[in-house]
Design a protein around this ligand. Structure first.
Ligand SMILES: NC(=O)c1ccc[n+]([C@@H]2O[C@H](COP(=O)([O-])OP(=O)(O)OC[C@H]3O[C@@H](n4cnc5c(N)ncnc54)[C@H](OP(=O)(O)O)[C@@H]3O)[C@@H](O)[C@H]2O)c1
Length: 296
């Protein structure tokens, strides 16, 4: 099976390529920005018609949430127009698409975990363009799996865990927002779900196409997550001091793009499909810290 991966050098893309390389009988075409710029619609069409993949996995996205507020045209090209193109081109080939989306498509006004069927209402340009991407892919009639995830961290690329470790190098005290609730998600848990669907497609099992929520288990807020990161980093010997973490409300940390205050995703649909629970985020955190320690 020939798999075309877009966004191969991103946080999730790098882990995904590593995982797929370990599976026999897969031919991988892993493309990054240099091979295919997502603002170039013609280039996306060309790559798909040249490679003629059996499956496309898209890990590419405009993920600079705050920058998107003042750069809507680019964010829309990458998150929305590119998905419209991928949907149309893969439909012609009858090749399925696995795509990653976000909790930021929701308003954050819910009081209980979001289900896939819940109404959307993005607050930011990033969330809006990602939602338009989901809708375009759905409308294209291409067979698709959309994994909506949240608060991603992993071994590769930039993320909250690495930011906390970097900040601990120059300071002893930090303020972190405590009134946004969500589910931190280890990139390896997203990759495991993608690999599950790849295997289903490869072995020609009946796939239940559509949208799935894909987050590691355990809901928390950014303040509690930061406290857990510093505690685990200390145990792992990555920092040798106790960081003082002060909880603050979002109102004291204004950002150009508003964030949903509550974006906990209900993952029961995916867990039922996988046949097991997705691991807790603290397991992923340990893996990432061990990786960082081994790299030092
Ligand atoms: N990170 C999160 O917390 C989070 C939360 C929810 C959902 N998600 C979703 O999860 C997926 C993976 O995210 P991630 O954390 O792995 O993101 P990431 O590390 O930012 O990776 C995104 C990739 O897209 C590439 N890209 C951006 N603009 C491009 C363009 N114009 N042309 C070609 N490539 C371009 C980037 O290349 P460069 O490195 O060259 O810029 C990068 O390799 C995305 O769909 C994202 O929306 C992420």
């Amino acid at each position: 099976m020939k798999i075309l991966i877009f966004g191969a050098k991103g946080q999730v893309g790098t882990s995904l390529v590593n995982a797929l390389k370990a599976i026999e009988d897969l031919s991988l075409c892993a493309l990054d920005r240099e091979d295919c710029d997502f603002t170039d619609t013609q280039k996306i069409k060309e790559q798909i018609s040249l490679i003629r993949p059996d499956l496309v996995i898209n890990c590419c996205a405009y993920t600079a949430v705050d920058k998107a507020e003042s750069d809507e045209i680019t964010a829309d090209l990458v998150n929305h127009t590119a998905m419209e193109t991928i949907g149309k081109e893969t439909h012609k080939l009858d090749a399925p698409v696995i795509h990653i989306s976000t909790d930021y498509v929701y308003t954050g006004e819910a009081k209980e975990p979001y289900q896939e069927t819940d109404e959307t209402g993005p607050l930011s340009v990033y969330g809006k363009t990602k939602l338009l991407g989901d809708l375009s892919l759905t409308a294209s009639n291409a067979k698709h799996i959309i994994l909506r995830t949240s608060w991603v961290f992993g071994e590769h690329g930039a993320n909250f865990v690495k930011t906390m470790l970097r900040l601990s190098e120059g300071r002893d005290e930090i303020n972190v927002v405590s009134d946004q609730r969500g589910r931190p998600t280890y990139s390896g848990d997203i990759v495991a779900s993608i690999v599950f669907f790849v295997e289903q497609i490869r072995t020609k099992k009946a796939v239940n196409w559509g949208i799935y929520h894909c987050s590691s288990n355990g809901e928390t807020n950014w303040y509690e997550f930061a406290v857990a990161i510093f505690a685990a980093a200390k145990v792992n010997g990555l920092i040798n001091k106790s960081m003082k973490v002060n909880p603050i409300p979002t109102s004291q940390y204004p950002t150009p793009a508003p964030r949903p205050l509550y974006s906990v995703l209900n993952t029961q649909k995916l867990e039922k499909t996988l046949g097991h629970k997705i691991p807790h985020w603290n397991i992923g955190l340990e893996k990432v810290l061990s990786f960082i320690k081994a790299e030092k």
